[in-house]
Design a protein around this ligand. Structure first.
Ligand SMILES: NC(=O)c1ccc[n+]([C@@H]2O[C@H](COP(=O)([O-])OP(=O)(O)OC[C@H]3O[C@@H](n4cnc5c(N)ncnc54)[C@H](OP(=O)(O)O)[C@@H]3O)[C@@H](O)[C@H]2O)c1
Length: 255
């Protein structure tokens, strides 16, 4: 049967790996991010993986973008079975340095675009009895002053997803969150560069020291998260909803 997924943040990092992984399980993937060139690279990999690809170069901070993504996906493929909300670029700043604009920018993409996209896709997901996975992060469980907006917005996403999951019980839609730990992507590299600067280290030394500090044997790869999202969308996981799935190599030490 034809199955269609939307993946945001699909131009690189966790979103790209997720789109490629889902190409094994879905017949078509709508790929969303701002940069057409890198989206095209993902599209080629999705097609090589056996699925059709639809590139949607949109800035998801814009209020009308989510509805446009859903409309374009339905126009091309006629159905939506899964939505993976992965796009995020919350400023990595200290609580006392964050400006109002940075808080609003972080919320506009990671929180509001996931909220709008889920609402815009809801009727189609009702028809398909579909599934939504929204990306949060382990910082939601251990918020820190030095990355205040990251932890706070990720915690808000856990609550948002719970409210969708609550409505999804009546409407036959699963909604779960995924909480990555330290995954080696462009975003993680820029965070590690900040850590290196703060501690007066070279990047290589910072990468090693941060892993020891986090108590992990290795950094995650984007594929580690992509596989977990594929699991959330699999037929075998149909009773899984309202769940926060932490995938962090043991980084979170609390129960
Ligand atoms: N990496 C980690 O260790 C880690 C840990 C916990 C949580 N996470 C979360 O996982 C998600 C993906 O992280 P990542 O590390 O893969 O990040 P990344 O490598 O920086 O990729 C971010 C993706 O979001 C897209 N994006 C950024 N701004 C956008 C906008 N305004 N409109 C549409 N798309 C936009 C980017 O594409 P364009 O630039 O082309 O738009 C890119 O595809 C994020 O929500 C992040 O907070 C990551």
């Amino acid at each position: 049967m034809a199955r269609v997924a939307i993946v945001t943040g699909a131009s690189r990092g966790i979103g790209r790996s997720t789109a490629i992984r889902l190409a094994r399980d879905f017949s078509a993937i709508a790929l969303v991010a701002r940069t057409p060139e890198t989206l095209a690279e993902t599209a080629d990999l999705v097609v090589s993986g056996g699925a059709e690809a639809l590139m949607l170069a949109r800035d998801l901070r814009e209020p009308k973008a989510a509805a446009a993504v859903v409309a374009a996906t339905l126009e091309r493929f006629g159905r939506i079975d899964a939505v993976a909300c992965i796009a995020g670029a919350v400023p990595q700043q200290d609580l006392f340095d964050l400006t109002d604009e940075q808080w609003e920018d972080g919320l506009a993409l990671k929180f509001h675009s996931a909220r709008r996209l889920t609402i815009a896709a809801w009727d189609a997901l009702k028809v398909s009895r579909g599934s939504v996975a929204i990306t949060s992060g382990t910082s939601a469980l251990t918020p820190k002053a030095s990355l205040a907006a990251v932890g706070t917005i990720n915690a808000a996403i856990l609550a948002l997803a719970k409210t969708f999951a609550d409505r999804g019980i009546k409407d036959g839609i699963q909604v779960n969150t995924i909480l990555p730990g330290s995954v080696m992507t462009d975003r993680r590299r820029s965070m590690l560069q900040g850590y290196a600067n703060t501690h007066g280290l070279g990047l290589g030394a910072a990468i090693e020291r941060f892993a020891v500090e986090m108590g992990i044997a290795r950094y995650g790869q984007p594929e580690d998260i992509a596989n977990a999202i594929a699991f959330l969308f699999a037929a075998e996981s149909q009773w899984l909803t309202g769940t926060a799935l932490r995938v962090d190599g043991g980084e979170t030490k609390v129960i």
